[in-house]
Ligand binder design. Structure first.
Ligand code: CTP
Length: 402
């Protein structure tokens, strides 16, 4: 089930190889992919939509609107839905339309509006495949960033023999699996992440804390683990746990405990991400018994907590990378850059509380990432998993160390 959660839009065009798209659909579904299918009108002469609908467990589209129901199929939605648009087989005719921006069908309109990667598997007869115009069109698609699944050699439907057969579905599946296989860029790297809130005890039943959910830290931990890193997550109480079972979780409660655990791991790690929302102050005295109600007012004396990032930043070795977060409500960029240099970070991820779709409990985040060398990238409002990937990309882009 290596394609679980992946959304694949399969385009099928008019070629005798269209019969293979049934087998291809089965293989994609078997690997856990969600498959939706668009056929060109001429593909209908080779295979029925019913076959593909049954195998994909989804309705099959081939026209902009259904004349019986009057329902319009939105090509933009289909294009945005897909993680991958795979056109197999692609005929010389559809290839020519893709290469030249022609848009006379649902399939070609979807191609123009798709934002996801596109793979095409040509199928045509020997001399057609060799024709300079076909070759030129394939080159054009390559220049658009599309991936060509080269036709294979063998016996062709015309009786001729040579290159032109659509790549076998088993081989196409291998290309698709390879496409989605995460990079192992962090294999052999040890990563330490602090995440979630800290709790500072007042008495046995009360504490000071904050609204941090730990979602961002969990997403970062998962991204590192997927890319091969050994991940240690020092996790505040009540924070979201990552999905990946290989992540080593070190539960802590207070800032001091978080510091002590992180400090013990720090010398052996390559990368540290300080994603925790650490309480800046803690009660000076922790009452051993529950504090009873008395008087109209009460005050609790607070003392400054250890700054984990600052302390470990002073011990940072040349090969180590430190990434910090900053949550600001005003003068965001100035404060973030100040923290970047004060805490000896290589990167700092700025969340602004002003942005809608960003913040503690949200499923999404919008960030600006500043590097020590002054470069910056801004994200849109993205799911926290995608923000995590962006942070990892920035870490990979750092010079020398990785
Ligand atoms: N941090 C930390 N230990 C602390 C406080 C903060 O490790 N005691 C880390 C956070 O995990 C974050 C970065 O330092 O990566 C900045 O945290 P933030 O709360 O934005 O900044 P503070 O230094 O606490 O400053 P202020 O609250 O005044 O903005």
């Amino acid at each position: 089930m290596q394609l679980k959660g992946k959304r694949i839009l399969l385009g099928v065009t008019g070629s005798i190889a269209a019969y293979k798209s049934a087998h291809l659909t089965r293989l994609l579904v078997k690997e856990g992919a969600e498959v939706q299918i668009i056929m060109s009108t001429s593909a209908l002469d080779f295979i029925t939509p019913l076959t593909l609908a049954t195998l994909s467990k989804n309705p099959v589209y081939h026209q902009f609107h259904d004349p019986n129901t009057g329902v319009w199929t939105n090509h933009v939605d289909l294009g945005l839905w897909a993680d991958l648009f795979l056109v197999a087989p692609i005929s010389a005719n559809t290839l020519g339309k893709f290469a030249n921006g022609l848009c006379d069908s649902l399939l070609t309109a979807t191609y123009l509006s798709a934002r996801c990667p596109v793979m095409v598997a040509p199928a045509m007869d020997l001399d057609m495949y060799q024709h300079p115009s076909v070759k030129q069109n394939l080159e054009k698609l390559v220049s658009f960033g599309n991936l060509i699944l080269d036709a294979e050699s063998g016996e062709l439907a015309s009786g001729l023999s040579g290159q032109g057969r659509m790549m076998e579905p088993e081989h196409i599946i291998n290309k698709v699996l390879k496409h989605f296989k995460p990079s192992q860029a962090f294999a052999g790297k040890k990563v330490l992440i602090t995440s979630g809130p800290t709790q500072e005890a007042i008495d046995p039943v009360r504490f000071i804390s904050n609204h941090s959910s730990g979602k961002m830290g969990a997403a970062i931990a998962d991204s590192f683990a997927i890319q091969g890193a050994e991940v240690h997550l020092v996790l505040g109480k009540g924070a979201i746990r990552p999905e990946n079972p290989n992540i080593k979780i070190h539960p802590v409660v207070s800032a001091q405990e978080m510091h002590d655990k992180a400090a013990s791991l720090h010398p052996s790690v390559d990368i540290v991400v300080f994603a925790a929302a650490v309480a800046d102050y803690a009660p000076k005295q922790v009452a051993s018994e529950k504090i009873k109600k008395a008087g109209e007012e009460m005050s609790i004396e607070l003392v400054k907590n250890v700054d984990i990032a600052l302390t470990l930043g002073k011990e940072k070795k040349h090969h180590q990378i430190h990434v910090g977060f900053a949550l600001e409500t005003e003068n965001e960029e100035f404060h973030a850059k100040e923290k970047l240099s004060k805490k000896n970070f290589d990167l700092i991820v700025l969340n602004s509380m002003r942005d809608t779709g960003a913040g503690f409990q949200s499923e999404t985040n919008k960030v600006r990432i500043f590097a020590e060398d002054g470069t910056a990238v801004n994200s849109e409002v993205l799911p926290k998993k995608e923000v995590a990937q962006l942070i990892l990309e920035r870490i990979k882009a750092l010079p020398v160390k990785i």
